[in-house]
Design a protein around this ligand. Structure first.
Ligand code: GLN
Length: 452
C-alpha cells in the first residue's frame, strides 16, 4: 500500500530519491511467512520505513543530496540500518535532504526540492524534508532523520509530524555521513509519540563502532509513551524562545498547549536561559568548522564523482579542485569556506574558541533551568512553512529558522517536536518543542503523549 501511495503522489512531493520496492516487498513476505509459522517477531516487524539519504545502506545508493556522491554505493550498513533489518522492517527507500544536511528547507538538494504535502508551494522544512514529507503524505508510516541543528524537529513542525532528536549518543552515528560530528544525532520521524518511542528503542543502544555512543540502555521509552502523564510535573516556558519574532498563530497554538498541560495536572513555570541569544551565532561557527573538516574527504579520489581538469597539468590538487567545484552546491561551499576561515591560524581562538565557550554557557543555562522544571517547552520554529524560494537567496533569513532547535544540539540534550494544531492565519501545522535533560528521553515521550 505504501509503495502504491509513493507511485501515486511522489511525482508531486519528491520525498524519495530512491525507492527500494523489490527488497521491501521481499522483507514483507518474509515477515508474513514468519508470522504464519508462529515466530516471535518485534512489534515493528513488517512496518515499512523510509530512511534519510544521509544514512548509508548496502544495496541502495546513498547521495547525501549531493552530486559529489552520485553513483556511490556504500560497502557497509549504518548501525541503525542493521537494527532495522534485524527487526525485519522493510526499507522503502532513501529520502531527499539538503546537501549534506545543510539547510532548513530541502531546497539545497542537488536533486530538486521536496514539497510540503499540506501545500505544494511550500517547503517541508529541512534538512530532513524528505523524511517528514514522506510520513505526512502517508507514503511511509515511519522514517529516520538526522538532527544537527533541528533537521528532524523543524521538518516535523512544518509538516504536522512527530520528530525526535534523542540525547547525543543515545543512537549510534556509525554510518550517518558526518555533518558536524559533535552535534549530529539520528532519530525517529513518525505520526504519533508512541510510534517514535517504538522506533527509538529499535535503533538506540550502545555501539562499539561509535566512540560517543552512550552505554545506557534507553529501554523505558515505550512504557513512558504509553503512560503519558504530567500530573505534578513542572513544565518551564523558555522566556527567550517565544514572543517577539514568532508568528501570532504559532504563539496561539503554543499557549493552547500550555493550557492542555495545566488541565492534565502540570504546573507551568517560566525559566530564563540568557545565553540562548548567542546560540545561533555559536552554532554557525562550530557547525561549519566541523563541516569543513568532515567534507574534506570528498576529494574526487575516494568517493563517487571525479572530474578531470579540462586542460593543463593533471595534478591531484587540480583533480580535487575540479571535482569539488562541480560536485558541491553553493550552500556546501559557503559552509566549507566559513569553517575553514574560522579554524585558520590567528582566527581559531577568536571564533571557534569563543563559540565553544558559549556552548558551555548554554549547557549551564540548561542545567539551571532543569533545576526549576522537569521539562522545558517552546514553539519548534518561529513560523509555519514558508514558500519555496522565499529564503533561498538569503542565507541569514534561512538560518534564523533554527533559533529554537539549535540549543538542544549545542547542549546534547533530547528534543521532541509535536504537532500543535494549525495556525489561524494560514491553516498550516505548528510544532511544539519539549526539551529534557540528557538521558531523560523517556520524560519527553511521557509528556509528549499527553500533548498529542
Ligand atoms: N538548518 C540547520 C542547518 O542548516 C540544521 C541542519 C541539520 O540539523 N542537519 O545547519
Amino acid at each position: 500500500a505504501h509503495l502504491d501511495r509513493i507511485a501515486d503522489v511522489d511525482g508531486q512531493v519528491n520525498a524519495f530519491l530512491h525507492v527500494n520496492a523489490e527488497e521491501a516487498l521481499a522483507v514483507a513476505a518474509e515477515v508474513d511467512a514468519a508470522r504464519a509459522a508462529g515466530e516471535d517477531l518485534h512489534a515493528l516487524a513488517g512496518v515499512p520505513i523510509a530512511v534519510k539519504d544521509l544514512i548509508v545502506t548496502i544495496g541502495q545508493p546513498t547521495t547525501a543530496g549531493s552530486k559529489i556522491l552520485e553513483g556511490w554505493h556504500s560497502p557497509y550498513d549504518a548501525t541503525v540500518i542493521k537494527k532495522l533489518r534485524a527487526a525485519k522492517m522493510p526499507i522503502l527507500g532513501k529520502t531527499n535532504l539538503d546537501e549534506f544536511a545543510m539547510g532548513s528547507s530541502t531546497e539545497h538538494s542537488a536533486f530538486g526540492p521536496t514539497r510540503n504535502p499540506w501545500d505544494l508551494d511550500r517547503i517541508p522544512g529541512g534538512s530532513g524534508g524528505g523524511s517528514a514529507a514522506a510520513v505526512a503524505a502517508f507514503e511511509a508510516p515511519l522514517a529516520l532523520g538526522t538532527d544537527t541543528g533541528g533537521s528532524i524537529r523543524q521538518p516535523g513542525a512544518v509538516t504536522g509530524t512527530v520528530g525526535m532528536k534523542p540525547t547525543y549518543g543515545a543512537v549510534s552515528r556509525y554510518g550517518a555521513i558526518a555533518m558536524a560530528s559533535s552535534l549530529d544525532q539520528i532519530g525517529p520521524v513518525s505520526r504519533t509519540v508512541l510510534d517514535s518511542a517504538l522506533l527509538q528503542e529499535v535503533i538506540g543502544g550502545h555501539d562499539p563502532f561509535d566512540s560517543t555512543s552512550l552505554t545506557d540502555p534507553f529501554t523505558n521509552l515505550v512504557e513512558a509513551a504509553r503512560l503519558g502523564n504530567v500530573a505534578g510535573m513542572k513544565i518551564g516556558i523558555i522566556k527567550e524562545l517565544h514572543g517577539e519574532g514568532y508568528q501570532a498563530g504559532v504563539e496561539n497554538r503554543f499557549n493552547e498547549s500550555l493550557e492542555l498541560l495545566k488541565e492534565a495536572g502540570a504546573e507551568i513555570v517560566e525559566v530564563s536561559c540568557p545565553n540562548l541569544k548567542y546560540a545561533l551565532g555559536a552554532y554557525y561557527l562550530i557547525m561549519p568548522s566541523e563541516v569543513s573538516s568532515n567534507l574534506a574527504k570528498f576529494d574526487g579520489v575516494r568517493y563517487g564523482l571525479r572530474v578531470l581538469p579540462k586542460d593543463g597539468p593533471m595534478t591531484i590538487e587540480r583533480v580535487m579542485a575540479a571535482t569539488r567545484a562541480a560536485g558541491f552546491g553553493d550552500e556546501a561551499k559557503r559552509r566549507i569556506i566559513l569553517g575553514t576561515y574560522a579554524l585558520s591560524a590567528g582566527y581559531y581562538d577568536a571564533y571557534y574558541g569563543s563559540a565553544q565557550k558559549v556552548r558551555t554557557l548554554i549547557q549551564r543555562d540548561f542545567d539551571a533551568a532543569f533545576a526549576q522544571a522537569d521539562v522545558l517547552i517552546s514553539p519548534t520554529a518561529p513560523t509555519t512553512a514558508f514558500k519555496l524560494g522565499e529564503k533561498l537567496d538569503d542565507p541569514l533569513a534561512m538560518y534564523l529558522n533554527d533559533v529554537a532547535t539549535i540549543p538542544a544540539n549545542l547542549a546534547g540534550i533530547p528534543g521532541l517536536s509535536l504537532p500543535g494544531g494549525l495556525a489561524d492565519e494560514d491553516g498550516l501545522p505548528v510544532g511544539i518543542q519539549l526539551l529534557a535533560p540528557a538521558r531523560e528521553d523517556a520524560r519527553l515521550y511521557r509528556v509528549g503523549a499527553v500533548l498529542e
